[in-house]
Design a protein around this ligand. Sequence first.
Ligand code: 26W
Length: 830
Amino acid sequence: MAKTTPTAAKNLLTTYDYINPKPDAELVRKSIVYKLIFILGIDPKDATPADWLNAAMFAARDLSTENFLSTRQIHEKFKKRTVYYLSMEFLMGRAFTNSLINQDLYGAFEQAFKELGLNLADISEQEADPALGNGGLGRLAACFLDSLATLRVPAVGYGIRYQYGMFKQEIVDGKQIEKPDLWLDNGMAWQFARPAKRFPVSFGGTLDTSHYPPRWKPAEQINAVAYDEIVPAFGGQIANPLRLWTAHTGDLFNLASFNEGDYFSSMEAQMKNETIANVLYPNDATAVGRELRLKQEYFLVSASVQDIIARHLCRYDSIHTLPEDVAIHLNDTHPVLAIPELMRILIDDYYLPFDQAWAMCQKIFSYTNHTLMSEALEKWSVDMMAQLLPRHLDIIYKINHHFIENVVRPQGYDDDFIRRVSIIEEGEQRQVRMAWLAVIASHKVNGVAKIHSDLMVSSLFADFAALFPERFTNVTNGVTPRRWIAVANPKLARFLDKHLGGSGWLTDLNQLNQLNKLVDNKDIQNEFANVKHAAKVRLAEYIQREMNITINPNALFDVQIKRIHAYKRQSMNVLHIVHRYNQILNNPNADWQPRVFILAGKAASSYNEAKQTIRLINDIAYFINHDERVRDLIKVVFIPNYSVSLAELIIPAADLSEQISLAGKEASGTSNMKFALNGALTIGTLDGANVEILQHVGAENIFIFGNTVEQVQTLYRNGYNPYDFIDNDPELAQVVNQIAQGAFSPDEPHRYHKLMHNRDEFQRYADFRSYVNAQAQVDKLYRQPEKWYRAALVNMANMGYFSSDRSIEDYCREIWRIEPVSEQELPRLA
Ligand code: 26W
């Protein structure tokens, strides 16, 4: 593993003398025991594995705290322009192992634990997975924080410290059951509480417009209090903060009811408010119009914008220089209230004229769109906004008026166009279109993969693209190789170190392309095949241990892991599984390629079709896995409670990566990148980043199938009728009827009738045959291991582009105009 220079020397500029921690095994061991006794107050002989983990996390935190504090010193000293990444979700995953890898401390801690008679890998399994996100958007934010720190970009992540993250998924009788996620129960050694870092956040009340600026008299106020998480760079001396807000009553409460001497009800109201930041909304593709969600979004942006201004005024004595010093990035529309919030503060607190405040906002804000699905686009009713945020609604009206009168009308557009681009959607219930506000206020708007960004300007934002052609751009997603190779697949990391002459690839992923000259080398193909096999054995052991299902690690591991959603078409995967099952039963002695179908993913708790799909997968799994006739030619496993940590276990073990969404629906996908970087081959549609993966790995090293976006739209336009496909494909019809008539649910024959006979919005039946043909190609190639592992090596060799480091370099250059901390600016290590 890479020899980065652990920072033994002091780089924190302070006059105070202190004992700084050293990264050698003996001192680490002593530090862990010290933490156990003096921080946790536990007698080592009584310590549980979770206690040892906590102690070790405190010890590891010590070793990155100097970087954390000195990074702030550097940013202050050189007045470094900073990007503030606002997101309602950060799916960070476990912190411990990642921090050891990033700071080259793994060896020292492994040795320290050995000397304590413990095993680091087992201890690190104790860490709760901070699931402060739903899926792609939240994990992307986490990968971006790792790259921002590693590239030494001055950056701060702002999020919410939900007490309850993404629900725990249990499968009972094949059904998803949601359980609260008590991730904080074992304490959170990796965060610093910042009780002094608090900002008041107001809600409701009235707006007195007899004044200018109008006076907002809020009805309620709550305190946002900060917790800081260290985001250590890979190698080097930088560590950026992730600041997470939690809600505290503090001394603010409902004065009115207090004066009526009704202390308890005033506290009661406050208590209610304190729950604002308690629970993450588990929806990832359907906007939830609930007031609490709007309160959460405003809570995040108000605390963050106030903190950003406070940080700015630490460096500059004027608010006017804010645009030079600050870039605020909106991770989808969820934090878009930051725009009227900054306008409110600039106008109401700093008395800037509207135009000036607006011009500053346009320089400061940029926005990323992560989905074109209409049901995922946030619209808040004007009534709810008026009730909860009267001043912000007033400002949104002014922004809309300014936009229409100064931008749209002068260009001679008609009223219909104006009605289309107005932030306010007219109708019996007027709504605020948050995506419109984001586009109008941002100097740059990007999609997350080429095809998605093109579709964005040709559909959802077509009118705005006509108004602001230069505003729209693309930054294709990426993933961090630190977590998704070095942490998740250490054997592969060592394989790459060996054949790429060291671990430069970890911070320059394009170095992977040196593998291209080795892809025909049989020994290297075998060596990689062994790396893959070891990961498959590790996963098989987990499935045996946790689910008591035996799978054959020599079978082809066919994997689809992602949120359950109709557009991601897990149910089309099921159609292939049942079709294959039928084929084997019809032809048991044929030379079938044994397959294990592995699926995992959570369904939003109110999304019944997705929950039905999970149940169907489990019903089919139970049926097929107990059917002796197919022996272990097919096994189906739905692994419960998909998470970042489970992804780290499954992805290295995959042979085939299922990326089968209907073309035009998956904005990018990021698991597709993680799989290919771990040497899995992709079977996928021309959707999202699959298109760019095809361009980088070559058509002969990927299995592309299905209709293109244009063909999909043609089918829709011509009135797509699923029975045109079912009635002309007897094998498909057989599968549909089997499932719909209860072949896999004899106790409730019509359980899946609706799931099979709905309007097939995402055209499973239209793509079925092409999908099955592609799966046959997969079997054919897998039966030729040299060709298969050559293709796997070619995939890895050409995936360097999909590093989140490249994505962040694009953002810094194209959107945020930010320079990283230079070598010269780094403190000389004493
Ligand atoms: C308001 C409810 C809600 C919550 C989250 C609506 C939409 C979302 C996210 C935008 C959904 C999401 O995670 N989108 C995924 O973002 C990834 C990162 O860019 C992409 O790779 C995926 O294609 C996209 O589905």
